[in-house]
Design a protein around this ligand. Structure first.
Ligand code: IDP
Length: 141
């Protein structure tokens, strides 16, 4: 299986809940390595640019407001099948529909405040990683 990289964000709700470490543990237990990481407080402009694909959606303004409501933890995860593996660990977008034991089932409150973001495919992963990290800031192991 191919070694992939994916972009993960621990959203403001989960950072405020003090569960960064618990979520990191799940990545590591699943065999994903954290090869780049930083805490950032996104500006409105940055959040809108990151979620530009959703700009026509009715929830776009709420999403930008939420993503700028506090600091987020951004990381690049690397490992076999990292993109799908991370999506599996995250669970469904709506925590009420997320499988038991997933990050969203355990730590998220609602479809807006849903604890984590993860790239949904190889192209998105490349673009999203480049949005936050230059190649030289990624320490592949
Ligand atoms: P994903 O994060 O599971 O990939 P997307 O459909 O890409 O889900 O949506 C991006 C983010 O937009 C979601 O994580 C969630 O925070 C927010 N979002 C998606 N759908 C809704 C909705 O119906 N109401 C409010 N927020 C939503």
């Amino acid at each position: 299986m191919a070694i992939e990289r994916t972009l993960s964000i621990i959203k403001p709700d989960a950072v405020a809940k003090n569960v960064i470490g618990k979520i990191y543990q799940r990545f590591e237990d699943a065999g994903l390595k954290i090869v780049a990481a930083k805490m950032v407080w996104l500006s409105e402009k940055e959040a809108a640019a990151f979620y530009a694909v959703h700009k026509e959606r009715p929830f776009f303004n709420d999403l930008v407001r939420f993503m700028t409501s506090g600091p987020v933890m951004v990381q690049v995860l690397e490992g076999e099948n990292a993109i799908a593996k991370n999506r599996e660990l995250m669970g469904a977008t709506d925590p009420k529909k997320a499988a038991p034991g997933t990050i969203r089932a355990d730590f998220a409150e609602s479809i807006d405040a849903n604890a984590v973001h993860g790239s949904d495919g190889p192209d998105t992963a490349r673009t999203e990683i480049a949005f936050f990290f230059p190649e030289m800031a990624i320490y592949s192991r």
